[in-house]
Design a protein around this ligand. Structure first.
Ligand code: C5P
Length: 402
C-alpha cells in the first residue's frame, strides 16, 4: 500500500449505516501514516458516536459550523486549509446532492467548498437510491468537477437488498486515498533539493544562522518523491524527520551544502534551492571558545559560494529553481526582486515569498508565493506548505523536458 506518511486527512462522516466502518477507515489511514481529523453531520451521530471517532482519531470531532469554542480552537477555514485531502465516507445520497449543488448549510459541506485539496467520496446507500437517475446525475456532476468517487461495490445490503450501493472496504478506501498523492509526473527523474538554514561556525560553540525551519524544502522533497522522482534532500540543521523515500544528506555549513550539491548534481534533472544559505561566514573559526573580555568585538566575514548559481552555471544544467525570501510585499516589488534574481543567477524559475509576514514563510506551516518566470508570474495564495509543494511540483513537472 502506498504511504500516507505525514498526510493530513479530513474524514467526513455522513448519516448511513456504513458509518460504523468509518472507525475502521480511521485506523487504516493511520496505519499508512496519516493524521486524521473527523467532521460528522448530525445524521451521522445517529449511527456512531462522536466519542468513538474522537478516541480513534485522537482529535476532537468537529460537528458544528457556528460554534464559538470550536472556531476558537481551529476555525473551519483553518480546518479546510489543514487538510491535504478530504474523504467523505460514507457519503449519503443526501450529502452527495448537497455537494453537487454547492451548498454550505453545515460544517462538512462548507469545508468541501472552502478547501482547495483533493476531495473524494465513498458513496453508501440502498441500491435503488444509488441507481436513481437523480443520484446518478449528481455523481456525474461531481465527477465533472474532479471529485473522486470511490465505489460503491455490489452485494448484500443492510436493508436486505442485493445490488450496488455498499461502501467500499476501509482498506480499499485508504489505498485509493494514498493513490491520489502518487502522480508519477516525475517518474525516472532525479531531483535534488536544498533545505533549511546553514550554520557558520564562529568557534566550537557559536555560530551565525537564520530562522529557516526547512518546512518548505522538506514538503517539496516529499511531493517530488510522491511524484515518482529519485529525490535527494540536502538539509541544514532542522527539527524535521527525513521524508519517506527520500535520501537525506545532512550538512551544517554553506560550504558543506555546496560540496554535497555539486556532488549530487550529476544526472540531476531538477534542482530546487530552497535552503536559506548564510551569505557570509567568519573568516577565522577559533579552535577554542572565544573568551569574553573586550566591550566590543568584530567578526570579519567572507562571502559564501552561491550554490544555486554554481549549479545553474554548469553545462548540461538541470532545470534550476531558486527561492527569493524578501521583506517586500507584492506592491513593494517582490516580483521585481525575484525577476532580478532569476536573471542574475540564470534560473528557470523563482519562487518568491514575503518573509516579513509572520503568518507565512520561514517558521510557519503555511506559505503564499509568487512563482516568477522570465515573462510571466503566478500568485498562489496562502495555503499549507505540503499542498503548495504538490502544486509547485506539478507545475514544475510540466515545464521540465521529458
Ligand atoms: O541571493 P539570495 O540569497 O537572495 O538568493 C536566494 C536563492 O539562492 C535561494 O534559492 C537560495 O537557496 C539560493 N542560494 C544559494 N547559495 C547561496 C545563497 C543563496 O544556493 N550562497
Amino acid at each position: 500500500m502506498p504511504s500516507l506518511a505525514n498526510k493530513r486527512i479530513l474524514l467526513g462522516v455522513t448519516g448511513g449505516i456504513a458509518a460504523y466502518k468509518s472507525a475502521e477507515i480511521i485506523r487504516r489511514l493511520q496505519d499508512a501514516g496519516a493524521s486524521v481529523q473527523v467532521v460528522m453531520t448530525h445524521a451521522a451521530t445517529q449511527f456512531i458516536t462522536p466519542l468513538t471517532l474522537q478516541a480513534l482519531s485522537g482529535n476532537p470531532v468537529h460537528l458544528e459550523l457556528l460554534d464559538t469554542d470550536a472556531e476558537a480552537a481551529m476555525s473551519h477555514i483553518e480546518l479546510a486549509r489543514w487538510a491535504d485531502a478530504i474523504l467523505i465516507a460514507p457519503a449519503s445520497a443526501d450529502f452527495i446532492a448537497k455537494l453537487a449543488n454547492g451548498e454550505a448549510g453545515d460544517l462538512l459541506s462548507t469545508l468541501c467548498l472552502a478547501s482547495r485539496s483533493p476531495l473524494a467520496i465513498a458513496p453508501a446507500m440502498n441500491q435503488g437510491m444509488w441507481r436513481n437517475a437523480g443520484t446518478q446525475h449528481n455523481i456525474e456532476r461531481l465527477r465533472g468537477r474532479g471529485i473522486h468517487i470511490f465505489g460503491p461495490t455490489e452485494g448484500t445490503q443492510a436493508c436486505g437488498d442485493v445490488g450496488p450501493g455498499r461502501m467500499s472496504e476501509p482498506e480499499d478506501i485508504a489505498e485509493l486515498i494514498a493513490d491520489l498523492f502518487e502522480t508519477g509526473s516525475l517518474a525516472g527523474k532525479k531531483v535534488v533539493i536544498t533545505a533549511g538554514p546553514t550554520r557558520e561556525a564562529i568557534d566550537p560553540v557559536r555560530y551565525i544562522s537564520n530562522h529557516s525551519s526547512g518546512k518548505m524544502g522538506y514538503a517539496l522533497a516529499e511531493a517530488a518523491a510522491e511524484a515518482g522522482a529519485e529525490t535527494v534532500l540536502i538539509s541544514g540543521p532542522v527539527n524535521l524527520a527525513s521524508p519517506d523515500r527520500v535520501t537525506t544528506i545532512s550538512v551544517t555549513s554553506a560550504q558543506e551544502m555546496y560540496d554535497a550539491a555539486l556532488a549530487e548534481v550529476e544526472g540531476c534533472h531538477l534542482f530546487i534551492a530552497s535552503a536559506a544559505v548564510a551569505d557570509y561566514r567568519p573568516v577565522q573559526v577559533s579552535e577554542q571558545k572565544i573568551k569574553k573580555s573586550a566591550d566590543n568585538m568584530t567578526i570579519e566575514l567572507v562571502k559564501n559560494p552561491d550554490i544555486v548559481s554554481a549549479v545553474a552555471a554548469r553545462q548540461n544544467r538541470p532545470f534550476t529553481v531558486g527561492f527569493a525570501a524578501e521583506t517586500a510585499n507584492v506592491d513593494d516589488g517582490l516580483e521585481r526582486h525575484a525577476r532580478g534574481k532569476l536573471e542574475r543567477k540564470n534560473l528557470d524559475l523563482v519562487i518568491a515569498n514575503d518573509v516579513s509576514d509572520r503568518t507565512i514563510g520561514f517558521n510557519s506551516d503555511d506559505n503564499a508565493v509568487l512563482v516568477v518566470e522570465m515573462q510571466t508570474s503566478e500568485s498562489i495564495p496562502k495555503i499549507n506548505k505540503s499542498i503548495l509543494a504538490r502544486q509547485l511540483i506539478a507545475k514544475i513537472a510540466d515545464m521540465i523536458p521529458s
